[in-house]
Every structure is written in structure tokens, then in C-alpha cells.
Design a binder for this molecule. Structure first.
Ligand SMILES: Cc1cc2nc3c(=O)[nH]c(=O)nc-3n(C[C@H](O)[C@H](O)[C@H](O)COP(=O)(O)OP(=O)(O)OC[C@H]3O[C@@H](n4cnc5c(N)ncnc54)[C@H](O)[C@@H]3O)c2cc1C
Length: 413
């Protein structure tokens, strides 16, 4: 016995859901099979003692072009300020975006992240990434992120105290070996947008997309074991289909599809603590210090008060190599200028396959149409990000529609 759907999407992460919503809007009968118990994939949230705890610290960046696909009002976003706190010799210095906080200019100008020339280089780098046409950014010679920053005139102090920890928290690697192409696109999104958290946690982003499909279209706890053109085998039976879209993590995609290469994944460990109150008066990310284990530490509930049930402060602190809570507690306390005994440990989460690597040479738009009605999407086809996942899903929906509904091609924008 087999069932039938016009298109089967394997995986309810943002890539699969972006593809499926577009196909559904174009009138395609689509089913999404998800091995896990929630929609959103790597955007996962649980409640612990009333706190909203994401599976690793991550944020939604409205500078991503595909953020336009989301209803941000419905997500009831809470926002971080643009910038970061840099601690040097125990003193906290704010490096803020003067466009958002003009009064922060003086503090930023005197922050110990290098000379005024360094700060001018930072501004120049931001202007170029934020406002040059994307085509020009992508046409530039590809380097590693570190080479690109040095070439842009960023000196040693700014690199070590600001860029390396800031970018390590986003790229999940601190050698800055990532492609300058991805760095340019990423920095562009920081210049053009804000970063924030939905009231119900990051999982709400995926749930919003899944909600557009309807519950009967997304089958949770349904693991796909094998794929062949026109057929998908799940734990609970076989499905016949005109097209199958594999929207899993890259390693699973490589297992299901011989033409797809596995990637070297980046991992991250996030420690969650509770403080009686926030020590800060503004929602800013505190950067880790050179030689320390933390890449960053942040009071999530300053940006999104709904992450806390009762006004206490929820703190997330991330390391690239797995660390026990007792190994980072003193550093977390120092980042926020509190005593270690003030911190109440809530939980620690390690995500092994948090993001695929994006080192040079970066192939920004990898093929999504593998032929014979088999397609693949996910952050490993574009950039290792929410933007990359959603853009690859949109691109895949266009390819499927071209095959199944040639005359409706324009409907999947
Ligand atoms: C801790 C952390 C921090 C991050 N920080 C940021 C950030 O700040 N900004 C940013 O832009 N990005 C960030 N990312 C990356 C971003 O979350 C991912 O790039 C994006 O969510 C990937 O989406 P995806 O749809 O490609 O894959 P996934 O979200 O991995 O979705 C794949 C889905 O396929 C399902 N699946 C797997 N195998 C099967 C099977 N056999 N059958 C059925 N279903 C299957 C999985 O359960 C999963 O739900 C972060 C990620 C993590 C983990």
C-alpha cells in the first residue's frame, strides 16, 4: 500500500518549510515529513522553569532579504541594540551603531578597540558591505574573513577585541577562515537590519511558516529512510510523488542522496544562567575576551522580556569547544560584572551540527535540481544561516514549479 502527494518535502526546517509554503501557495498538493517532534529544525525552543530556552543562542536578523517572508509583528519580536560590549581589564566599553544610538558615539570613539583610524576602517568596511550592490561585493576577490578585514585596514586590536569574538559567535569558528563573500553578505545584513528574538522563542519562526501549510500537511515524527525518483519510504509507509525535495541537514542529505556531499559542521555549546536582575540598562551582546573560552554572553531577557517568567534575567553564554558549566561560570560572571554565586545554572546545550562550514572557495548557490524529480535544499546549498536556508527553499520551489507548473513559474517569488 502506498499514499500519494504531488510533492513530498523531507524535513521541516526553514528550508523545507520555505519551499513547501511556496509550493502550496501555487496550488501544489504538498506534504512535509519531519523526523523530529517540531517544525523549525535547528530553530528549537523548550520551556525550563518557565524560561524560554532556545537550543543554542541564535537570533533573527531582519537585514536578511528572506526576513520579508515572515510576519515579524505576529512573532512579537524583542530587539537587541546594534553593537556590543567589549570588556578590557574589567571595564565594560560599549561599541554601538551611531545610527541607532547617536549618544553612544563618544563611548564608541574612546572604546579601546584600536585607534581612530581603526574605527574609521570599521565604518568604511560597514559602509561598503551595507550599501554596495551585492553583485559588486560578490565580484570582489575571495579571501578568508581575516584576510579581508586586515585588507580593509582593521588593525590587530580591533580584530582581536571586537571582530574575532563578534564573528566567532556568528560563524561558529574563531580562525576567521570563513569566506569573505559570506562575511560581506553577513555584515551587510547587520548594517541593514536589526537582530531580535520572537516572544515564544526561535522555534516560533518555523512554526509560523508551518502554520501557513496547515497541520495536516506537516507530518511530525515521520522519518524518511530512503528516496528514489517518484518514491519516498518513511517509517510508516511508502509515498508516491512527482517530486521529492530533500530539505534535511547536510549529512542526512548526503546519506539519502549520493550526489550531495556531507559538510564539516560547526558546533557550539550554550550555557543558560539566571540572575536575580539584569546588570545592564540596554540589550547588548557582551563579547568574549582574547584568551577566554566564551565567544559571547548575553542577557536574552533584556532584548525579549518574555523569555523570563518573572523579571529575572536569562543569560546565554556560548563557547565553541564543549565546556562544562563550572569551567565557564567565573568568565560568565566577569562578563556581566556579577559574582559567580549570583548565577543560577539552568541548562547547557551543545549542538554538534549547528552550521555547515563556508570556507573559500564558497559556492554560493549550489545546484538544487538533481534531476528525475529529486531536489535538495538547506543552508548547505546557500549560506549557513537562516537566510541561506530560506533562500535555498525559495530557489528550490521555483525549480519544482518550473517542472510541474511551467505556466505558474512567476507565482513562486
Ligand atoms: C546554536 C545555533 C546558532 C545559530 N545561530 C544562527 C544565527 O544567529 N543566525 C543565523 O542566520 N543562523 C544561525 N544558525 C544556523 C541556522 O539555524 C540554520 O542555518 C538553519 O536553521 C538551517 O535550516 P535548514 O532548514 O537548512 O536545516 P534544519 O533546520 O537542520 O532542518 C532540517 C530538518 O530535517 C529533519 N530531518 C533530518 N533527517 C530527516 C529524515 N530522515 N526524515 C525526515 N526529516 C528529517 C530535521 O529533523 C530538521 O528538522 C544557528 C544554528 C544553531 C544550531
Amino acid at each position: 500500500m502506498s499514499s500519494r502527494a504531488e510533492v513530498v518535502v523531507v524535513g521541516a526546517g526553514l528550508a523545507g518549510l520555505s519551499a513547501a509554503t511556496r509550493l502550496s501557495e501555487a496550488g501544489i498538493d504538498v506534504r512535509v515529513f519531519e523526523a523530529g517532534g517540531h517544525a523549525g529544525g535547528r530553530l528549537a525552543t523548550e520551556r525550563i522553569d518557565g524560561f524560554v530556552v532556545d537550543r543554542g543562542f541564535q537570533v533573527l536578523n531582519t537585514g536578511y532579504p528572506r526576513a520579508a517572508d515572515l510576519d515579524l509583528d505576529a512573532l512579537e519580536m524583542g530587539w537587541f541594540e546594534r553593537g556590543a560590549v567589549v570588556r578590557v581589564d574589567g571595564t565594560a566599553h560599549r561599541v554601538v551603531d551611531p545610527r541607532q544610538r547617536p549618544t553612544g558615539v563618544v563611548g564608541t570613539a574612546t572604546a579601546p578597540i584600536g585607534s581612530l583610524r581603526d574605527k574609521a576602517a570599521l565604518a568604511g568596511f560597514s559602509l561598503r558591505a551595507g550599501y554596495s550592490p551585492v553583485g559588486r561585493l560578490l565580484a570582489a576577490q575571495e579571501r578568508t574573513a581575516e584576510q579581508a578585514l586586515r585588507r580593509a585596514g582593521i588593525g590587530e586590536t580591533a580584530l582581536e577585541r571586537f571582530f574575532r569574538p563578534f564573528l566567532a559567535g556568528v560563524l561558529l569558528e574563531d580562525e576567521l577562515a570563513t569566506s569573505s563573500r559570506y562575511l560581506d553578505l553577513l555584515w551587510r545584513s547587520f548594517v541593514r537590519g536589526g537582530i531580535g528574538l520572537p516572544a515564544a522563542g526561535m522555534q516560533a519562526v518555523g512554526e509560523q511558516l508551518a502554520g501557513r501549510l496547515g497541520a495536516d500537511r506537516v507530518l511530525l515524527h515521520t522519518c524518511v529512510r530512503a528516496i528514489a525518483p517518484g518514491t519516498v519510504v518513511t517509517d510508516s509507509g511508502r509515498w508516491d510523488t512527482d517530486a521529492v525535495v530533500v530539505a534535511t541537514d547536510p549529512d542526512t542529505a548526503a546519506r539519502l542522496l549520493p550526489d550531495v556531499e556531507a559538510s564539516a559542521p560547526r558546533r557550539v555549546t550554550t550555557h543558560f544562567h539566571v540572575l536575580p536582575t539584569s546588570p545592564w540598562d540596554a540589550p547588548l551582546i557582551v563579547l568574549g575576551q582574547p584568551g577566554g573560552r566564551l565567544v559571547n554572553s548575553v542577557v536574552l531577557s533584556d532584548a525579549q522580556p518574555r523569555y523570563s517568567p518573572d523579571g529575572r534575567a536569562l543569560v546565554a553564554s556560548s563557547t565553541l569547544s564543549p565546556a562544562r558549566e563550572d569551567e565557564v561560570r567565573a568568565e560568565v560572571a566577569a562578563a556581566h560584572g556579577v559574582a559567580p554565586s549570583d548565577l543560577d545554572h539552568l541548562t547547557t546545550v551543545t549542538v554538534i551540527g549547528a552550521q555547515p562550514t563556508a570556507v573559500p572557495p564558497l559556492q554560493l548557490r549550489r545546484p538544487v535540481d538533481l534531476g528525475d524529480g529529486v531536489y535538495v535544499c538547506g543552508d548547505h546549498r546557500d549560506t549557513p544561516s537562516i537566510q541561506g536556508a530560506m533562500a535555498s527553499g525559495a530557489r528550490t520551489a521555483r525549480a519544482v514549479l518550473r517542472a510541474l507548473r511551467p505556466s505558474d513559474d512567476r507565482r513562486a517569488s
